[in-house]
Design a protein around this ligand. Structure first.
Ligand code: PHE
Length: 338
């Protein structure tokens, strides 16, 4: 055993390679996790008691020699200038940090899961849209005042091309290419020409859903909303407030009863206990016929929500801008979240 260490000492002393790759190979061979030194240290247990002292001394000598040799050779080679030079060959590797999913992805995936359990599939479409798919087909003809509900980014050279203001445009495309029964969910990024504040952003994410079949009624819509709010928030009390969207008739805003237990509850619900989470309604027959579906035979419902808004509620985030700053301290908090 002692001979072995002495042999290695000689080899180390005689090692004179100048090439930085060879030096690195040498370092790994001796000082690596599964290298010669590790083996020799592990073998200490098997050394006969009377040799232990000498073995130990020699081994430390060898370790020192390896360290000195690597340092010497490195300082002689140009590797010294390179940033990855090793100053301490026994230094453990940096720990590799595992990242976490973005909170918006987490919430989107949860919503998709909930709807896919009842048969919805995912459809996606372009972020740069034409007027037809974003507005006209959705019962918003040119000059219709409701176009102002969503401030739009147009492409200057061609007013027919714009950044989609909602993912309803994806549903138009889906209806144009598929006949009922339709159950589809369109998640995606949308754009509105709005000033950025704690509650609004010019880029955000939506998930919209569409269900079309024979004899679909408002009762079906309400049932689905109950299933959804219960699955996502664990809250089963909802309220439908009459509202207006050009593409649905009748239309409603959905509120969930959040409760008034804590101070935060008071603040976020403005003392009412209720929180608005999405818009919905029965698809206007005009929209169906614009998209090649017979409104005499089929009916359907649609709904749409902002992912940021839902994520802010679920994670109690007070400022929408945090989603887009990519501050690692913010993102790290979602490690291990569903
Ligand atoms: N498209 C609407 C919006 O962006 C949301 C919505 C979708 C409302 C479907 C009703 C039905 O605000």
């Amino acid at each position: 055993m002692i001979n072995q260490v002495q042999e290695h000492l000689k080899t180390v002393e005689n090692f004179t390679e100048q090439d930085s790759e060879a030096i690195e190979a040498f370092r790994i061979k001796y000082a690596g996790k599964k290298g010669v030194l590790a083996d020799l240290f592990a073998a200490f247990r098997e050394v006969p008691p009377e040799e232990k002292k000498e073995y130990g001394l020699l081994l430390n000598q060898l370790k020192q020699a390896v360290g000195d040799k690597v340092k010497d050779l490195q300082s002689q080679t140009s590797a010294q200038q390179s940033t990855n030079q090793v100053t301490d060959p026994f230094r453990p590797a940096f720990p590799i940090e595992i990242g976490s999913r973005h909170p918006l992805s987490l919430v989107r995936n949860r919503i998709i899961d909930i709807f896919s359990q009842v048969g919805f599939s995912i459809s996606e479409g372009p972020e740069i849209e034409d007027d037809w798919h974003n507005f006209t087909a959705l019962n918003l003809p040119e000059h219709h005042p409701a176009r102002d509900m969503q401030d739009t980014f147009f492409i200057q050279t061609n007013p027919d091309i714009l950044l989609r203001t909602h993912t309803s445009s994806v549903q138009v495309r889906y209806m144009e290419n598929n006949q009922p029964p339709i159950r589809t969910l369109s998640p995606g990024r949308v754009f509105r020409n709005e000033a950025i504040s704690a509650r609004a952003h010019c880029i955000f994410h939506q998930i919209e859903g569409l269900y079309i079949d024979e004899k679909v009624s408002f009762a079906d819509l309400k049932q689905m909303l109950l299933y959804f709010t219960e699955s996502l928030f664990g809250k089963s009390k909802i309220r439908l407030r009459p509202s207006y969207f050009p593409f649905t008739e009748p239309s409603a805003e959905v509120d969930i009863y959040w409760g008034l237990k804590t101070e935060t509850d008071y603040r976020i619900t403005k003392g009412t206990g209720w929180l608005e989470i999405m818009g919905c309604g029965m698809v206007d027959p005009n929209v169906l016929s614009n998209c090649g579906i017979d409104p005499e035979k089929f009916s359907g419902y649609a709904f749409g929500m902002g992912i940021e808004r839902i994520a802010m509620l679920l994670y109690e985030i007070g400022d929408i801008r945090m989603f887009f700053e990519n501050d690692i301290r913010f993102l790290k908090q979602f490690k291990g979240s569903l």
